[in-house]
Design a protein around this ligand. Structure first.
Ligand code: NI
Ligand code: MN
Length: 223
């Protein structure tokens, strides 16, 4: 059964016994929610939504220790390749098959954090389970299209406001996406993005057909 671990902030690990491990937006050093160090991350793939330090984070150091393939936008992938890391460039709307399934880059309305390009989100097919990781983004209506095109098992949504959607917009996002399960992130890392995940859970379960699972940093959810 695949297991999703919320490392903290926007960093998640997706793994299953004997299968590849994916890490999303591995911001570890300087992340007050985790003690996990880059050299301890057993990643095969590192997915990076944009170049801001709280997302690109320790991606290169993890790649250095593991030889993991970095999957990101063209600009970040080129930067990684120039520094001699393995990288695969995707761009918005494009998907590519990997041994575990596929990764598709989706829209995200947010800064790229690197000259040129865009921030993105990802739809990941991991051994048949479909996961949407929104990245850093505001609410946008085409999330409806993502929900219509992809029957989602999980939708991972930022709720901390200020830099991304806040709780109420993320509830609307959940109603567009219609995932079986919604999981919040990008909150309570710093005072500026304080948000109550239990308030989000209550609203999601009142206003949508999804269940909401709040994972504390360091904890996991099997699905
Ligand atoms: Ni950002
Ligand atoms: Mn961020």
């Amino acid at each position: 059964m695949p297991k999703l671990t919320f490392v903290g902030h926007a960093c998640f690990l997706l793994e299953d016994e004997g299968k590849e491990t994916l890490v999303f937006d591995p911001f570890l050093k300087g992340n007050p929610l985790t003690e996990l160090r880059p050299e301890k991350v057993p990643a095969d793939y590192v997915l990076v939504t944009h170049g801001h330090a709280d997302h690109l984070g320790d991606a290169y150091e993890i790649a250095k220790h593991t030889g993991a393939l970095i999957i990101s936008t063209a600009e970040i992938a080129s930067d990684a390749q120039e520094k001699r890391y393995n990288a695969h460039a995707l761009h918005i709307g494009g998907k590519h098959a990997f041994p575990f399934g596929f990764v598709k880059a989706t829209l995200a309305f947010h800064g790229a954090g690197i000259p040129g390009g865009h921030a993105c989100g990802f739809v990941v097919n991991y051994y048949g389970k479909m996961i949407y990781f929104a990245g850093d983004t505001g609410l946008f209506g085409d999330m409806k299209l993502i929900g219509e095109l992809t029957p989602l098992d999980l939708a991972l949504l930022p709720i901390g406001d200020n830099f991304t959607m806040g709780i109420d917009d993320a509830v609307v996002a959940a109603s567009f996406l219609q995932a079986k399960t919604v999981i919040p992130y990008h909150y309570n890392t710093w005072p500026l993005i304080e948000a109550d995940p239990e308030e989000f859970k209550k609203k999601v379960e009142e206003k949508t057909t999804s269940e909401c699972v709040v994972i504390a940093p360091g904890e996991s959810y099997s699905f």
